[in-house]
Design a binder for this molecule. Structure first.
Ligand SMILES: Nc1nc2c(ncn2[C@@H]2O[C@H](COP(=O)(O)OP(=O)(O)O)[C@@H](O)[C@H]2O)c(=O)[nH]1
Ligand SMILES: [Mg+2]
Length: 299
């Protein structure tokens, strides 16, 4: 299955739960009721109230300006509006100045480790030399899980014992990356420590090690979000954005019961691009995010 089919299959499951699906909506007339129902449908799709209202207002304005009469034309305009909102920043990974470092952050269970495994395989397939850094030393099984992925992807991993200082693991990994001329270092991190402040301090410490060891290298700080958590994901995104600064988002579990609209809210509120989406648990279930196709699958 390609990008379109995969997310469409995932989002279709959700559609059954949404009272007014977009299909029904666009089968009707373009009147005031239409805009009310549009707002409701956008909110139900997890876009959040603010984004839903803005999108609906923009469509109303465009319909007036462009003398759009039919719901079908409105659908095309809505797709354009959403695609524009989703097209922020650079959707590609910054990898041009090696060794590039991609730091994966996000709360427990969102899919950080799995995403690193999938991405490692993808980058290796593109001919890049990839190294993993097991920066989640908080949970005993975390490094083991990453190691299994490193074997699956056929890439090297740098790890230490449980409870080790994650910044030290990252330091080791960067040293190894330089010595072995790696192209990319994928850094796993803990999703949870004794408290949130600890976590943010730890991420800052890791970040400082990268700044110091690789001042000129390409850097990504990617927030991994579980798409099925809806608006809660937006709250997480705001918190991580504030304390860690983000260059992109990976949205996982779009093959589940995700409603999809959360992507629009994130792009609009944070101005950070979604770079990849996760559409399953296997190694090839990671895809570059394509705004236009995503919107087409959504509505
Ligand atoms: N269905 C589905 N499951 C996923 C996806 N990404 C991760 N998972 C699953 O989510 C669970 C948590 O993933 P993990 O990588 O351990 O999360 P972490 O705590 O952030 O490192 C695992 O069971 C993964 O297989 C995805 O895109 N789709
Ligand atoms: Mg993990």
């Amino acid at each position: 299955m390609g990008f379109f089919e995969k997310i469409k299959a995932g989002l279709a499951r959700t559609k059954e739960n949404i009272g007014h699906s977009f299909d029904q909506l666009f089968a009707g007339e373009l009147n005031d009721d239409f805009y009310d129902e549009l707002e409701e449908t956008l909110i139900l799709s997890d876009m959040g109230v603010d984004t839903a209202l803005e999108v609906s207002e923009t469509l109303r304005r465009r319909a007036k300006e462009e003398k759009i009469k039919s719901a079908q034309e409105a659908r095309r305009a809505l797709r354009e509006i959403l695609t524009d909102l989703l097209t922020v920043g650079d959707g590609d990974l910054a990898l041009d100045k090696p060794p590039a470092v991609c730091l994966f952050i996000g709360v427990n269970g969102v899919g950080k480790t799995t995403t690193i495994g999938k991405l490692a395989a993808r980058l290796k397939g593109d001919g890049r030399r990839v190294l993993m850094a097991a920066g989640d030393t908080f949970r005993a099984a975390a490094a083991d899980q990453l190691e299994i992925w490193s074997q699956r992807a056929g890439v090297e991993i740098v790890r230490q014992n449980e409870g080790a200082d994650p910044a030290a693991v990252v330091f080791d990994a960067l040293t190894a990356a330089k010595a072995r001329s790696a192209d990319v270092v994928l850094v796993d991190t803990a999703g949870r420590l004794h408290n949130k402040q600890n976590l943010m301090n730890e991420l800052n410490k890791i970040s400082r090690v990268i700044d110091r060891e690789l001042p000129g290298a390409s850097r990504e700080t990617l927030l991994v979000l579980d798409a099925t958590t809806g608006q809660n994901g937006l709250i997480q995104a705001r918190q991580f954005q504030e304390s860690a600064g983000l260059t992109g988002v990976v949205l996982t579990k779009l093959d589940g019961t995700a409603k999809g609209g959360i992507v629009v809210a994130i792009a609009r509120e944070l101005g950070v691009p979604v770079k990849f989406i996760g559409v399953g648990e296997s190694v090839d279930d990671l895809m570059p995010f394509e705004p236009e196709k995503f919107v087409e699958a959504l509505i």
